[in-house]
Design a protein. Structure first.
Length: 127
């Protein structure tokens, strides 16, 4: 990963925001940015990194250099994916808090529909 160029190792359609952030840095709209990016190794394995970039300016306020830091966050991304998968399966098993299970909600809908049919309807023409 250290010998790979950032632009050539990027997965297509993943890193399209970087030039926008760099333009904002140079224009003085932002002083730094962070974003997560995914790279591929030679073995076609995905590596997630947190890219942090800051712009250093000279005394006159002119851009001097960009400083970047890359941190491997692959373990965190895998843990987040596992947690999302576990949480999703738990939510599917748990009854919904906003009205019980689907059979109970269906019975409530039927009951409301019957009440609407049996209640008298009052109609009055508008003037």
């Amino acid at each position: 990963m250290l010998a790979m160029k950032v632009e050539t190792s990027r997965i297509p359609k993943i890193g399209t925001w970087t030039p926008i952030f760099q333009k904002q840095l140079l224009a003085g709209e932002i002083s730094s940015y962070q974003r997560e990016k995914r790279y591929l190794t030679k073995l076609n394995e995905a590596v997630w990194v947190l890219l942090s970039v800051s712009l250093i300016r000279d005394a006159a306020g002119q851009p001097l250099r960009l400083i970047g830091q890359v941190q491997d966050v692959s373990k965190r991304k895998r843990a987040e994916a596992e947690l999302a998968q576990t949480t999703g399966s738990c939510l599917r098993l748990a009854p919904r808090r906003h009205g019980g299970d689907r059979h109970q909600r269906a019975a409530q809908r039927r009951q409301r529909a019957q009440q609407r049919q049996t209640s008298p309807r009052i109609w009055s023409p508008t003037a």
